[in-house]
Design a protein around this ligand. Structure first.
Ligand SMILES: NC(=O)c1ccc[n+]([C@@H]2O[C@H](COP(=O)([O-])OP(=O)(O)OC[C@H]3O[C@@H](n4cnc5c(N)ncnc54)[C@H](OP(=O)(O)O)[C@@H]3O)[C@@H](O)[C@H]2O)c1
Length: 252
């Protein structure tokens, strides 16, 4: 699809990957709306940039998604791109007695139900546009799970499978489905990760990712070189070894 002149919604645009992608798309000549729960961070993302807009949204709250979608479409009738980027990640201890489900439930609500509900709310509108795209941000952990964050890894595997199914169902429409599967990137997603040396610097991740979005033929899966180690583990017959290595090396 065209690379400029789009109207793009970026959830989780107040920090990390979402913030930097939003700024890149804006610099390419797109109107970009960033959404998240924290107004101050969203305002920081858009500060001094005409054509960037900020809206509060809690993707973990079905009622808020309905309100947000109604207001968004009234204000931005040209909306044609949705980035389901907002997400949370936290450790869980399944040896605890009783097992605390709070993190698992919040993760499923935010990382799986959030994109599903928001997509459902916006899809009829997207289908009425000349060209439209939905980008779901999954993770390398969709392909080799990090056992220390079971619900998170499962949520990204679910989002991967859901993206594939939607792509099939929408194959004869104007809506294309893209999956963006990052490797470990230096952001504030989990404590300590912003400075973890083994993770990819955010700037490098954004630069390599944007190579795929600066062309009209963006691939179905956008996966930087570093993430391919996890993405192709099973296909290359090294899943068990990669799983062991990933989990033994965990520093969180
Ligand atoms: N960094 C990595 O290593 C990595 C690797 C693979 C995949 N990813 C994925 O990349 C995406 C962006 O993560 P990031 O690394 O950029 O971390 P981040 O800086 O923590 O960004 C996550 C964003 O999601 C927003 N968010 C969280 N819960 C929300 C909710 N209920 N409603 C609306 N917004 C919500 C947060 O804003 P508020 O808290 O203000 O709402 C925040 O801006 C996530 O989906 C993550 O799973 C990251």
């Amino acid at each position: 699809m065209k690379i400029s002149g789009n109207t793009i919604l970026m959830t989780g645009g107040g920090s990390g990957i979402g913030r930097e992608l939003a700024r890149e798309f804006h610099a390419m000549g797109n109107t970009v709306i960033v959404a998240g729960r924290t107004a101050a961070s969203l305002e920081e993302t858009i500060a001094g940039r005409d054509g960037m807009h900020a809206r509060t949204l809690d993707v973990g709250n079905a009622g808020d998604i309905t309100r947000f979608a109604r207001e968004l479409l009234a204000d931005f009738p040209a909306l044609n791109v949705l980035f389901n980027n907002a997400g949370i990640m936290a450790k869980e201890d399944w040896l605890a007695d009783p097992v605390d489900l709070a993190i698992a439930e919040a993760t499923v609500t935010t990382n799986i139900l959030g994109p599903m509900r928001l997509t459902a709310a916006l899809l009829p509108h997207l289908r009425a546009q000349a060209e439209a795209r939905i980008v779901n941000v999954t993770s390398g952990l969709a392909f080799v799970p990090l056992a220390h964050t079971p619900a998170y890894s499962a949520s990204k595997a679910a989002l991967h499978a859901w993206t594939q199914s939607l792509r099939y169902q929408l194959r004869e429409t104007n809506v294309e489905l893209v999956e963006l599967a990052p490797p470990g990137v230096q952001t504030g997603l989990t404590p300590g990760q912003a400075t973890r040396e083994s993770y990819m610097p955010l700037k490098d991740f954004i630069a390599e990712t944007m190579e795929s979005f600066r062309i009209e033929e963006t691939p179905d899966e956008v996966c930087v070189q570093r993430a391919k180690f996890l993405r192709t583990a099973e296909a290359e017959g090294r899943f068990d070894q990669t799983f062991q290595m990933l989990n033994d090396a965990y520093e969180g």
